[in-house]
Design a protein around this ligand. Structure first.
Ligand code: T5A
Length: 205
């Protein structure tokens, strides 16, 4: 999917353990895309976030929300430069996770969105949706701060609301990895062939 136009910016979202990393890997390979992930735990800010998620330090809700956002702003130029070189990006979580997780804690949605307003807007958001009951036995669910059934249920409610408002593409995450990947490829090919891909738009501004 490389030609003269800019690259496609595709984001995968969903609850913890819904399979985002698995599908990000498969899709980025298929599209010869740059693979990205938020939080990016490799930066100095990402290390603080990682310690917070692992329960090694406590940070108040507003501050950690702003750190997650700052961790995306750190990558803004990389995203724009990569897309303008005609290279696709496949990204595991983005600002929508920021809104879903922080507002599920009780922060106002508009406040949560504000600090990500102006970031590059994805072309396609794919929401891997599954009931938390069917995800809680996957991998090492429970190892990090937000991996609790009741909280994930609240996060899902926000994701479901955003899915309507932001026109997410919803895929049932309770299928085989191959079935999910084939539906993601179908969506991506369809978008790539039919959408007008112009300048990079800004998120929530
Ligand atoms: N967060 C994040 C915020 O609060 N604010 C923000 O702004 C952002 C960006 C870390 C946490 O930070 C929060 C959200 C999170 O709580 P993370 O590192 O992305 O985010 O954490 P996880 O979502 O838990 O990431 P994981 O890599 O652990 O889960 P994935 O990526 O959803 O799932 P994946 O692909 O690693 O698969 C998990 C397990 O399921 C299996 C895999 O083999 C693996 O064992 N699996 C399947 N099993 C059955 N059927 C399938 N179809 C499967 N697909 C994968």
């Amino acid at each position: 999917m490389k030609n003269n136009r800019r690259g496609l910016f595709i984001v995968l979202e969903g609850l913890d353990k819904c399979g985002k990393s698995t599908q990000t890997e498969l899709l980025s390979e298929a599209l010869e895309a740059k693979k990205m992930q938020f939080p990016d735990r490799s930066t100095s800010m990402g290390l603080i976030i990682s310690d917070y998620l692992k329960g090694k330090r406590d940070i108040n809700d507003q501050v950690i929300h702003l750190l997650f956002s700052a961790n995306r702003w750190e990558a803004k130029n990389t995203i724009i430069e990569t897309l303008n070189k005609g290279i696709n990006i496949v990204c595991d979580r983005y600002a929508y996770s920021g809104v879903a997780f922080s507002s599920a804690k009780g922060l106002p949605i508009q406040w949560c969105k504000q600090c990500d307003s102006g970031l590059p807007k994805p072309d396609l958001v794919i929401y891997l949706r599954a009931p938390i009951k069917q995800l809680k036995d996957r991998g090492d669910f429970g190892a990090e701060r937000y991996e609790k059934q009741e909280f994930q249920q609240q996060v899902q409610e926000v994701f479901d609301k955003m899915a309507q408002e932001e026109q997410f593409n919803i895929i049932n995450a309770i299928q085989t990895k191959e079935e999910i990947f084939s539906q993601i490829m179908e969506l991506t090919n369809d978008y790539s062939q039919n959408a007008l891909i112009n300048t990079i738009e800004q998120l929530w501004s």
